[in-house]
Design a protein. Structure first.
Length: 280
């Protein structure tokens, strides 16, 4: 069979001419290149994410070690400097051993929240920065440690919401309203908190979406009406979200994230942002 006859035979059998086959192979080649490129990008992203999470865990553990050192130093000096122990509402003191036990329990709950909300290491990242911001603002170390614990579980109310909400890129109006209710759903997940610390934890959970200009929720509080811890968490949480990959926004650099917070006047405590900027 001559070549032309053979090609004609292939055309009849396959339904494609040689030119058609060339185009098909070219398209398949392009698809293969695109697929390989996407796989490489995904692998690089996974490596970068794993590295970022490892670094965040190291920072968190370093903060825990610092807290343990602070607690040990305070315990050794407690007899000679009892008047330096911070007072809670009701004049109850912060117990050093309780803080250490509380941190362990809060870390466990924080990890559950992060898994449920699809935000790896979020509780560690937020709590670490809350501790640093608190101490930089001049708060007593043990009160900063209490804030550190509360910042691990401030989003406990999310555990009461369907997990699929946290994988959606766009939420409906009804879903956004449901999301907002998380600030009122934390109580059953914070029942392990000692009674004397409970008000601080509930303020963190309920009021970390209040804005300094009164446009936040759920109470519409303004300025210093918002508890200090809630103001710190609000800014820190937003910063951590901006510098990490989320389904609903791209990841920003540290400088761009701080600039973005500053572009929203009346939302965040500027003293907190100024302090945060010196630490990141």
């Amino acid at each position: 069979m001559e070549e032309n006859d053979f090609n004609s035979y292939l055309d009849i059998q396959s339904g494609f001419s040689p030119d058609d086959m060339k185009i098909i192979f070219m398209i398949l080649g392009i698809i293969a290149v695109v697929v390989i490129t996407l796989v490489i990008v995904m692998v690089v992203q996974l490596i970068f994410t794993a590295k970022s999470q490892r670094i965040q865990r190291e920072h968190f553990n370093a903060t825990l070690d610092l807290i343990k050192d602070i607690q040990l130093a305070n315990s050794n000096a407690r007899i000679n400097a009892a008047h330096d122990i911070p007072q809670l509402p009701g004049k109850e003191t912060i117990d050093f051993n309780e803080l250490q036990e509380l941190a362990v329990k809060c870390e466990e709950v924080g990890s559950k929240i992060d898994g449920h909300t699809n935000r790896p290491n979020n509780s560690k990242a937020v709590s670490e920065l809350v501790f640093k911001v608190s101490t930089a603002l001049g708060l007593e170390k043990n009160l900063s440690t209490l804030y550190f614990c509360a910042a691990m579980v401030y989003d406990a109310g999310f555990l009461d919401l369907p997990a699929d909400l946290f994988h959606a890129e766009i939420l409906t109006v009804a879903e956004r309203k449901l999301m907002r209710t998380h600030v009122m759903r934390s109580a059953s997940y914070l029942d392990f908190i000692p009674h004397k610390y409970y008000p601080i934890f509930t303020e963190a959970a309920m009021l970390h979406h209040e804005n300094t200009n009164g446009t936040g929720y759920p109470e519409g509080l303004k300025g210093t009406e918002i508890p200090q811890l809630a103001r710190i968490i609000h800014a820190v949480e937003s910063y951590v979200s901006l510098v990490n990959r989320r389904s609903y926004h791209k990841m920003l650099s540290k400088d761009d994230a701080i600039a973005e917070l500053r572009r929203q006047p009346g939302i965040y405590d500027l003293d907190v942002i100024d302090t945060l900027e010196t630490l990141v």
